[in-house]
Design a protein around this ligand. Structure first.
Ligand SMILES: *Cc1c(COP(=O)(O)O)cnc(C)c1O
Length: 516
């Protein structure tokens, strides 16, 4: 074995070969990096540093770093093998409702790797990053134009984070009007959990607005819930049942008349982008998930980005930092001016995602974005039409928008649960749909194909879904309760994994070996 200049053996260590512990390259039971490598070996061979003394003023580390020394191929194989243990949008259809798991175009990745975007630092002088600021400026322009709003805050790092910022702006605006006593936020029953959580986090009490039997929100129910204590409504449109709220204009008018603001959860913007401008519907604040509608990676690939657009009334409360034109140059406003809120993130948010999202916008153009939305809606309606004969459709009255909602009544008496059914879908090569959400539908199954899927893929998906339903009804319970059989892992205790995650690796005790 060769040694590096510090006398540590290089290359693949003796402790582990970097091979999977099952010995099979195809179904690896992937060990951790610390189990593959060890601290005795080094993956690199650097000469000793030729420096006299240290520049660290006594802060240099005295103990070994204790990191596994791996070669580049060992590290690479580890991550590639891990990536194969999971489903991804690059490996198959991912119809997870409300999550808009669309294809992440490679052009986005190419643009994000341009050195002028990838290799800059947020603390560089603004005169050296004018191109990056111009990109943020253009992205803001597109978001404001698509939504017909007066301002945008780019920096929130997820939809939920954007919701928080939007509601903070609403709270600040109410206080500025001397209406800080308004302590109630209306949230329809069908809302995503992040809506009531956001309102509660800001100290509001949440008042639920019941859903109508047809899955939409009734303006009369909103009016009945309104009072001088209401600060805002948080409404999702299209809603989480995949329906466009038919009374959204009347709801907006009633809300404004009562002195409240209209927060719109815009996670489902993919259904209406380029077709409807939410500003025309009377919204005051709305987050837009770049990682949903605008094709930036998510579901393990992140990070997310949830810019918030704001109406004229809320624009003064947009947080810092923001980009502003100053003569020929762009400047970054980093200190609170007027009523602006402070920072909600370190630096400026997810620059790499801004590049990908603007690339998606520019490569589609205005007409292309509209077509993407129309295709997403068409695909969802195709699934609803094809599977509506096999599955039960809870809200048949309206055409669906970007997602098709089914309930579990077709499983009655089969002994198969919605969860079992979803697990069986994994064995067929699909990521399961969203289950048990929205809560207003018993055993909900929410399918969102997005515009990315071809008719061929949709047909294959529908065939598989129909065949599974048939098999469940025919009493082949085992196929469902034992699923997944073809995934790297069987049924997991998901509750325990969420409640008691093991996030820390403990070095196993070294048992002294007897002398030979
Ligand atoms: C995804 C989603 C959110 C939250 O977005 P995150 O980026 O996951 O925080 C909120 N509301 C709805 C309807 C969503 O689908």
């Amino acid at each position: 074995m060769s040694m590096n200049t510090q006398g540590r053996p290089t290359g693949i260590g003796t402790a582990a070969t970097g091979m999977s512990s099952t010995g099979s390259a195809l179904l690896p039971n992937e060990p951790l990096l610390f189990e593959i490598g060890d601290t005795e070996h080094s993956g690199v061979d650097l000469p000793d540093a030729q420096v006299d003394g240290s520049f660290l003023g006594g802060f240099e580390r005295k103990t070994p770093l204790d990191l596994a020394g791996l070669t580049e191929p060992e590290a690479m194989r580890h991550y590639v093998r891990l990536s194969r243990l999971n489903h991804s949008i690059d490996s198959g259809m991912y119809p997870l409702g409300s999550c808009t798991m669309k294809h992440n175009p490679r052009l986005n990745e190419k643009m994000a790797r341009l050195p002028g975007f990838a290799d800059i630092h947020p603390l560089q002088p603004v005169s050296t990053v004018q191109g990056a600021l111009e990109l943020m400026n253009q992205l803001s322009h597109w978001l404001m134009t698509l939504t017909n709003t007066a301002a945008v805050a780019l920096s929130p790092k997820a939809g939920a984070h954007g919701e928080l910022l939007g509601m903070m702006a609403i709270k600040a605006a109410q206080e500025a009007r001397g209406q800080g006593h308004r302590k109630v936020v209306l949230v329809p029953e069908s809302a995503h959990g992040t809506n009531p959580a956001t309102a509660a986090f800001l100290g509001y009490s949440v008042k639920a607005v019941p859903a109508r039997a047809d899955g939409t929100v009734d303006v009369e129910a909103v009016k009945a819930a309104l009072s001088p204590d209401v600060a805002a409504i948080m409404l999702t449109n299209p809603n989480t049942c995949g329906l466009f709220e038919p009374q959204v204009l009347e709801i907006a008018a009633a809300i404004h008349q009562a002195g409240a603001f209209f927060y719109c959860d815009g996670a489902n913007f993919n259904a209406i982008m380029g077709v409807v401008r939410p500003g025309d519907l009377g919204i005051d604040a709305m987050h837009i998930n770049l990682h949903k509608t605008f094709s930036t990676p998510h579901g393990g690939g992140g990070p997310g980005a949830g810019p918030v657009v704001l109406s004229e009334a809320l624009a003064p409360f947009a947080p810092v930092p923001f980009v502003r034109r100053n003569g020929n140059a762009l400047e970054l406003v980093e200190h609170v001016e007027g009523q602006a809120l402070g920072r909600v993130t370190a630096f400026h948010g997810q620059m790499g995602m801004y590049v990908r999202a603007l690339t998606y916008m520019l490569s589609h153009g205005a007409d292309g974005l509209r077509q993407a939305a129309e295709d997403a809606v068409l695909n969802a309606n195709y699934i609803k039409a094809r599977l509506g004969e096999v599955f039960s459709v809870p809200y048949p009255d309206y055409p669906t928008m970007h997602e098709a909602l089914f309930d579990d009544s077709f499983l009655e008496g089969t002994g198969v649960t919605t969860l079992d059914f979803a697990k069986a879908l994994i064995d067929e090569g699909f990521h399961p749909m969203t289950m048990y959400f929205p809560l207003v539908v018993h055993g909900a199954m929410l399918v969102e194909p997005t515009e990315s899927e071809s008719k061929q893929t949709l047909d294959h998906f529908c065939d598989v879904m129909a065949e599974l339903a048939e098999d469940a009804k025919n009493g082949n319970r085992e196929r469902f309760t034992a699923a997944p059989q073809r995934a790297p892992r069987r049924r997991l205790d998901e509750t325990r994994a969420a409640r008691q995650p093991i996030l820390r690796w403990e070095r196993p005790m070294v048992v002294p070996q007897a002398a030979e």
